[in-house]
Ligand binder design. Structure first.
Ligand code: TXA
Ligand code: MG
Length: 359
């Protein structure tokens, strides 16, 4: 084998869970190893959250700065108590009852058993109870909370299949659990709690609207940029989730408004346009187009987004142009990821797009 440290490939069917392989993954984790695990959102790079050495290995494998804290995954409400400091607030309990197990991450005061490295020096810890059956089984087998960032190299596109994880971290993991494609395809929603209010730190698979519904008038849902909201939101680089090829975002409908001259200029430059099947009709033949699905099916768009971003990212493409959804609900998370993939460069005028492409 020499220096080849390629990860063990553990294929576990969620509908017919192989308990031996689950035990193997759990034992590696309990032992301080790095195991990539499937979740309902994206694949995570798991380690024992209570083992500072294992946590440091995760940061090293991802080349991630310590200022960007990790999410701790639990298998039960009882396991939450291993990492949080105080009694849970009524708002936290309400969110857990409503959305767990599932793609909602809640930031809570942490206790001393959480290694400093996990929380980037903050006095909080982000916790989530995944609904993925294989993730839940592996956490239970490990018997400890599992810290797991998305299993990609820092600032690259998050993985929604085991193949994506092998491509980014095949040499760094002890094992990669393969349960097929991730159901949501977008990361969990991250929230902080401020009294009766809930502050969205990262839009994600659970929409702002459904959180507002769950609060049922007892509190408000706020965005972090709202005046008066000071809750810190680390790890939110303007460039994140990015393909290797240069990437721009355009507002919804911009491409449909391009004239033939502008389209010709873009085509000459080898631009690949990723937009919606709804808008293909306006593109002339021969255009490099990749469909993200239909705007009428945002769940489908979210499911495929990262896979599309990875698949179009090749040497033949000189520039990727992503069309935002301009929608609320899941559209907020999709547009957030596309905007970051584009290093926060969003173009809203045809002339500006032609100029950006020509420069
Ligand atoms: O869906 C997900 O959340 C996936 C799967 C694997 O669970 N995980 C994930 O982890 O997306 P990661 O590391 O890529 O993103 C974690 C983000 C951080 O960048 C930060 O914004 C937020 O969660 N976070 C973590 N701990 C926090 C804390 N103590 N306070 C505020 N934000 C925190
Ligand atoms: Mg990530």
């Amino acid at each position: 084998m020499g220096f080849d440290r390629t990860a063990e490939h553990l294929i576990i069917d969620p509908d017919e869970i192989d308990t031996e392989l689950v035990e193997r993954a759990g034992a590696l984790l309990a032992d301080g190893g790095l195991v990539a695990i499937p979740t309902e959102t994206v694949y995570g790079l798991g380690c024992n959250a209570l083992d500072p050495e294992a946590v440091k290995k995760v940061f090293a494998a991802k080349q991630r700065p310590f200022s960007d804290p990790l999410i701790v995954h639990v298998d039960s409400a009882a396991m939450v108590e291993l990492v949080v400091a105080d009694q849970l607030s009524p708002t936290a309990v309400r969110l857990m009852e409503q959305f767990w197990p599932g793609p909602l991450t809640i930031v809570l005061p942490r206790n001393d058993s959480v290694p400093d490295e996990i929380s980037g020096g903050l006095d909080t810890v982000a916790v989530r109870l995944p609904s993925h059956r294989v993730a839940a089984a592996i956490i239970s087998a490990a018997g400890v909370p599992i810290a797991a960032p998305s299993a990609n190299k820092f600032s690259h596109v998050s993985p929604t299949s085991a193949a994506h994880v092998f491509a980014d971290l095949g040499q760094e993991c002890d094992a990669i659990v393969d349960s097929g494609r991730s159901e949501n395809g977008l990361e969990s929603t991250v929230v902080a709690i401020d009294g009766d209010d809930v502050v969205i730190l990262r839009h994600g698979a659970i929409t702002m609207e459904s959180i507002a519904n769950a609060l049922d008038g007892t509190g408000r849902v706020r965005e972090p940029n709202e005046p008066g909201t000071s809750t810190s939101s680390p790890g939110h680089a303007k460039k994140h989730y990015s393909p290797n090829a240069p990437t721009l975002a355009v507002t919804q409908g911009l491409v449909a408004s391009l004239d033939s001259q502008a389209l010709a200029a873009l085509r000459r430059r080898g631009v690949l346009f990723a937009g919606y099947s709804d808008s293909t009709a306006t593109l002339p033949e021969g255009w490099q187009f990749k469909s993200l699905g239909s705007l009428d099916d945002l769940a489908g768009v979210g499911h495929d987004l990262y896979d599309v971003l990875r698949s179009v990212d090749s040497d033949e493409v000189s520039l990727i142009v992503l069309e935002l959804t301009g929608s609320d609900g899941l559209g907020r998370a999709i547009d957030d990821r596309m905007t970051r993939a584009a290093s926060s460069i969003v173009i809203d005028k045809p002339d500006d797009l032609v100029e950006a492409v020509s420069s």
